[in-house]
Design a binder for this molecule. Sequence first.
Ligand code: SF4
Length: 375
Amino acid sequence: MPAPAAIYVHIPFCPYVCPYCDFAKWPYRQSWAERYLDALEAEILAAPQLAGTSLFLGGGTPNTIPAERLVALVRRLRTRFDLEPDAEVTLEVNPDRALCEAFEAYRAAGVNRLSIGVQSFERQELQTLGRRHDASDVAEVTARARAAGFADLSFDLIFAVPGQTLASWQASLDAAIRLEPDHVSTYGLTIESGTPFAAWHACEPGAFVEQDLEAEQYEASIERLTRAGFEHYEISNFAKPGHRSRHNQNYWRNGEYLGLGVGAASFLRGTRSVHTRDLGGYVRAALAGEPIPGTSERLDGPARVGEATMLALRTAEGVDLQAFRERYQIDFLASYDAPIRALEGAGMLEVTPTHVRLTHGGRFVANDVCSEFIA
Ligand code: SF4
């Protein structure tokens, strides 16, 4: 029986490049995209036999690819990895009206969830982020998605945008809630080295949101979205009941996944590997049938448990003590006695008879808390 795994496919082309973005991405060019899709097909052919549990096409902006090619790719992946008819199939889309005219075709190919890169509803913030859509585009694209039969829509929103206030962030949250998505992801802007935003930050740090305001914005996300009926099920993710992302839950449970495409990451049989972010290098290797250049590391023993802890602590359930005992053969409370006591004493962790999880306060410093379990 093929082993189960979530399948991720990276489509690295965008209609334009945003100044804060650190993903593997390039402006769309038809000739590049065609060669890339050929390379992807070669990698799909050579991939290990796995039973796909979910499929996620991310980027980049997958809906820059011509609809017929994208539809063919989805159908190909569903067959190749033997996905169940009701498996979650997510497509990331940019809410540019011109790129959102094939929702019926995506739906017919088996895509059942759209993750829409909304980012903000405020014109000035969208301009700062280099985005070319506006609030009316998001409303129109959402309506088109519903009309095409999508029952699972997720919005991505960004806080801590330069110039953003608490009130303008709250206005974006409220605008999102009014459009009734089933899922919302809220991310604090991070300054990634090598991006235009990093250069701007180096010249003018005062233009960027301070930590206290960022914390208030995060608090506002939790308050407004939970009041609107969303479950805060992971640090950055909120879902209406029954609409959690199955694909991402597999990551947080430290499940296996296969990543295809430039810069994509995989975790299979205890080894984590990441493909090169060199587009030419990826395409050449895939078309030649050679191993894709990149890095890989074996995660064994404490490294594996540390990784699993970090991922589990991001979720509302936290570390399931029984599941950790069965999967990693460890008594979690005994193995991490010192950091658990210290973090519980500091009000960052809550320990129950069955779980260890972040407190409300712990969610604001999650990276610091998690790092205590990585060493
Ligand atoms: S559209 Fe998304 S992936 Fe593309 S450049 Fe902008 S942020 Fe990056």
